[in-house]
Design a protein around this ligand. Sequence first.
Ligand code: PAF
Length: 306
Amino acid sequence: MNIVIVGQGAIGLLCYHRLSQAIINQQGDNLVSLWPSTPTTLSDYLFSEMNDIAKSFPFTMADNQLIASADVIIFCVKSYQVTEALKAVDHLISDDAVIILTHNGLGTLEEISPRLKPSQCLLALLLTQGAKKVAPYHVKHTGMGHSDLGIIYGTLDSIKQKQLLEHLNKSLKQLSWQENIQQAQWKKLAINCVINPISALNDIENGEVNQKAYQRMTEDIISEVVAVATKEGVILSEILLRQLIHNVAKSTNRNTSSMRADVRNKRRTEIEYINGYIHRLGEKHKLTTAMNTQLWLAVKALEDKY
Ligand code: PAF
């Protein structure tokens, strides 16, 4: 199974590292390659384990030929980069390649489905592993967690599915197959709708989102997400989501959310695919999403000031 990782951010390098260390053929050849979004002349990268020990490893860079022969292509890019990243390579990708998306938020499937061939299969990989880019081409693994994988477009035969799961489990660990990945994606979206904008706008760590001051706001965000999800055919429980989000904020209490990190580094955030997605679906279904809309506008205003 030839695998190409697209993107050299924290998650891209983490996936590349874990997969290239674990997946080699009987001749000892590396079957994983990296397709960076900006060309590099580097031949090595640095990887720091959770115990802070950093080691240098050589890359295998993907070229057009490797992309064309890839069985699996994992797009480790931000939600707002998915369409462009796919456009850059989709003329090369084989008709039966499996495409995997790993980003936060929802809404990219609507953007890219017109570009997909009926024989292609698109999967969502919901990673809860933490990774931090210390410098360009230096990533640090900051946390282990459970990950989910499932189909969001097309079909996958059971042999290929089993093989893929085995390969990814060998490298990424604690990975399970979800028949209903849409439900898991919505739960992740609800977590991001609460933790990301609150932590980014108030410049606080994840754990502080559980403070009483943000409780009412959290409840409003969740009830709007649940109402919109219901219209989309996804049934979520407000009580369970509140508990889940509380637990995620608690277990990642000293972490900086990806949106807070983006704002601090004056980078574009994924707000359009998080609270912005809820806002757009609210308009579509004629539902008020006052709190999500307010947070979407507030984060956009912050980005406009950079
Ligand atoms: O976007 C993030 O930072 C993460 O998805 C989460 C779960 C909010 C934890 O930091």
